[in-house]
Write a protein that binds this ligand. Structure first.
Ligand code: ADP
Ligand code: MG
Ligand code: MG
Length: 250
C-alpha cells in the first residue's frame, strides 16, 4: 500500500525551476535512499515534501495517505505524520533535550504532554536506542559530538512516531560514529507502517541500511531507480556515466 505518491512534481525556488518532474512512490514500511551529486535538488525535495514556504510547487502532486497535500502547511503535514529531521547547528543552553522533545511532541500531536507520562515515554525510547538516561537532561547540542547530535535527531523521530521520516544527511561530514547512529536508528525504528526516506551520499551509511530502493536524483529528476547495486556502481564510477546519459546542464 502506498504511503506517499509524488507525480510529476515541479518545484521552484525564487522563480528558478529546481525540481523538474519528480515521480516517486513510497510504500508503507519501505526504506528508500536518494543519492545524487551536489546541487541536484535532494534537499529541495525534502523541504518541498515538508511544506517549506520558500519552495513553490508549480506542477504535479504530492499525495500522502490518500490525500493531496500540496497546499497543506508544514505544521499540518507534521500532524499528518511527515517528519523531516532538523538539526540545530547551534547550541541552545537552558533548553534540555527532554524539554525540547516534549514541546515538539505537543506540537505534532496537538495534545499537551504531561511531564510524568512524557518522561516514561522518553525513557522507553531512549532504552530502545541504547541511550544513557542522563542524556535527556543535557542542554540541547551543548558540547554534543557529531554522533550525539545525530542521536538527538533519531530520538526526535522515535518520540514523534511519524509515518514518513525524511532524514537529509547534508554534505557536512558525518564521522563513523554518527553514521553508525543513523544506521542503527533507522533499522530500529522502521516497521510495517513507518517508511523512511534517507538522503545521503555516504556509501558506508547505505551499506548498513539495506534499503528497498535506491534512487539517483540528478538535475531535478530521478534518473535511475533500483537496489543497492546502483549505489555500488556510483561508488566505483562516480556520477559521470549517469550524467553523460542525460542532458545535464550543470
Ligand atoms: P542537493 O541537496 O542535492 O545538494 P539542493 O536542493 O540543496 O541540492 O539545491 C538544488 C539547487 O537549488 C541548487 O542549484 C541550489 O543552488 C539551489 N538552491 C537551493 N536552495 C536555494 C535557496 N534557498 N535559494 C536559491 N537557490 C537555492
Ligand atoms: Mg547540497
Ligand atoms: Mg542537500
Amino acid at each position: 500500500k502506498n504511503l506517499l505518491s509524488i507525480k510529476d512534481l515541479k518545484v521552484n525556488i525564487e522563480e528558478k525551476e529546481i525540481l523538474k518532474g519528480i515521480n516517486l512512490e513510497i510504500g508503507e514500511g519501505e526504506v528508500h535512499i536518494i543519492m545524487g551529486p551536489n546541487g541536484g535538488g535532494k534537499s529541495t525535495l525534502a523541504y518541498a515534501l515538508m511544506g517549506h514556504p520558500s519552495y513553490e510547487i508549480v506542477q504535479g502532486e504530492i499525495k500522502f495517505k490518500g490525500e493531496i497535500i500540496n497546499d497543506l502547511s508544514a505544521d499540518k503535514r507534521a500532524k499528518k505524520g511527515i517528519f523531516l529531521s532538523f538539526q540545530y547547528p547551534e547550541e541552545i543552553p537552558g533548553v534540555t533535550v527532554e524539554e525540547f522533545l516534549r514541546t515538539a511532541k505537543t506540537s505534532v500531536t496537538g495534545e499537551t504532554q504531561k511531564i510524568i507520562p512524557f518522561k516514561k515515554l522518553l525513557k522507553e525510547k531512549m532504552e530502545l536506542l541504547d541511550m544513557k538516561e542522563e542524556y535527556a537532561s543535557r542542554y540541547l547540542n551543548l558540547g554534543f559530538s557529531g554522533g550525539e547530535k545525530k542521536k538527538n535527531e533519531i530520538l526526535q523521530m522515535s518520540v514523534l512516531e511519524p509515518s514518513l521520516a525524511i532524514l537529509d544527511e547534508t554534505d557536512s561530514g558525518l564521522d563513523v560514529d554518527a553514521i553508525r547512529v543513523v544506521a542503527e536508528g533507522v533499522n530500529k525504528l522502521k516497521n510495517d507502517k513507518r517508511s523512511i526516506l534517507v538522503i545521503t551520499h555516504y556509501n558506508k551509511l547505505l551499506n548498513y541500511l539495506n534499503p528497498d530502493y535506491v534512487h539517483i536524483l540528478l538535475d531535478g529528476r530521478i534518473v535511475e531507480t533500483g537496489g543497492l547495486e546502483i549505489a555500488k556502481e556510483i561508488d566505483e564510477t562516480g556520477y559521470e556515466n549517469i550524467k553523460s546519459q542525460f542532458s545535464y546542464d550543470g
